[in-house]
Design a protein around this ligand. Sequence first.
Ligand SMILES: [Fe+2]
Ligand SMILES: [Fe+2]
Length: 349
Amino acid sequence: MAGAVTPGAGAAPEPGRGRPAVAAARHDAFTTTSSRGLNHDLPPMRLYHKAKKFGTWDPRAIDLSQDREDWNLLNDAQKDALLRLVSLFAAGEESVTLDLLPLIMVIAREGRLEEEMFLTTFLWEEAKHTEFMRRFLDEVAGVSGADLHHYHTPSYRKIFYEELPRAMNRLLEDPSPAAQAEASVTYNLIVEGVLAETGYYAFYRTLQRQGVMPGFIQGIRNFQRDESRHLAYGVFLLQRLVAADDAIWQVIDRRLNDLLPYALGVTHEIYAAYGDQHPFEVDQKEFIDYAIKQFSLRAQRIEQARGKSLAEVYRLAADHVEEATGAAEEPAAGAGPGGLAAGGGGSGA
Ligand SMILES: [Fe+2]
Ligand SMILES: [Fe+2]
């Protein structure tokens, strides 16, 4: 459980107060040499410490030899379905690696040192996710040299080709709380919270249920653990913005509802590619229900911050960091859809 959480006090300016929105040409004081020091109780700092402990896996160290054999035993439709899903993930991980930097810059410019320290782990982890997905394409699916963009359907393109880069890069010009909220909803809640988590669910549901691709599944477990920290940060950031200005809730609510049809559209379009019968024989409704459940959980968490003080938000988020990332650290071995739904639903936001 969370200990007492008190925003630091001391000679250094409180993060976000009196800081310029554009890059500072000079520093007037430093957190680490002020009476405030580093605040290890802040939720992002707790996530930073967890990332150092649990986020150090190496995508190259996972043995994919059994996965290669398993790939050769899949039928053509199954290979196509898996290649499609990995193609969405590979470009998605690349996109979140490329598009995170503007948010990190905003946080750094606001002087939020502990948040930026966590975000350094966040970006590194997205790079590793990108590496691992490409490794699957090269070493398991054996599609080096192939162009896979045709798997990116209209809803996917709307989110990853347009909305995500636009919302993130807008921060370079407009670092306002409303722009930060729109960026975080797009990145953390829709891309990581709905799409990525539903994707993990799909991998477990198809591959793990059939007892194939153990190396890839191990990688996905690591992804999910990393993502639970990313999501916990996103929810914290949005709670902090809502607590500071209640009008931000409307911005979040509108953005969520604008993007949800596209997020669900990604699943619809995956199924549409195979007619009535998905090659892994999994029901579409199961995925849509799962995606909506993830979405609702996060929206509720953020709404809880309305009318709360910043100190209360820190307390709420700190409790959640302990619960959420604790639950995701040890995904149930051999978790079927039920076990995963319980773990995934409780993790992240
Ligand atoms: Fe990722
Ligand atoms: Fe992530």
